[in-house]
Design a protein around this ligand. Structure first.
Ligand SMILES: [Zn+2]
Length: 170
């Protein structure tokens, strides 16, 4: 399926809205949505790693899980994942396993990105499925959101959920 400029804008804006939900709770703002071939959002997720103390609760995993539940199918063939940060190896693996049609991401992740930065799992010819990839879609906005979040953390304006937790334990 070919995404129009409007499709891309709507999808990434919905992913940014999810990322904001993470930021509002002190999580690193990463958001994702899965959109079907009609443009309907069928899965949403935001980073909940600290909130749930769960290394697998990445935005993409949550959105993909919700989309599979919505369709009652594990294959998301004609669907697009929009995510505000380049997927890590786990999430890139989930994109392959879910047979996603397209993966569109905003900011590159030079430390953990598995869609071109550290490695490029989605382009690995030995895998049996290759989603289309759109890189750097609304990248400046995504980088700005992350930068502002970390500035607020350093300024003490945002408490990370893990810090709240250690406060409770003391
Ligand atoms: Zn991930």
């Amino acid at each position: 399926m070919t995404l129009t400029t409007e499709d891309k804008k709507a999808g990434m804006q919905a992913a940014f809205a999810q990322a904001q939900l993470a930021a509002d709770q002190g999580e690193i703002p990463i958001g994702a949505v899965v959109v079907d071939q009609t443009g309907q959002i069928i899965g949403r997720g935001y980073n909940r790693r600290e909130l749930d103390q769960d290394a697998t609760e990445h935005a993409e995993m949550i959105a993909i899980r919700q989309a599979c539940q919505h369709l009652g199918l594990w294959r998301l063939l004609d669907c697009t994942l929009f995510v505000t940060l380049e997927p890590c190896p786990m999430c890139a693996g989930a994109c392959i396993n879910a047979r996603l049609g397209t993966v569109a991401y905003a900011a590159f992740d030079p430390k953990a990105g598995a869609c071109g930065s550290v490695v490029d799992l989605l382009a690995e010819p030995k895998f049996n499925h290759h989603p289309q990839v759109i890189r750097g879609l609304y990248q400046p906005e995504a980088k700005d959101m992350l930068k502002k979040f970390f500035q607020a953390v350093r300024a003490g304006k945002i408490q990370k959920p893990s810090q709240n937790r250690s406060d409770k334990l003391q």
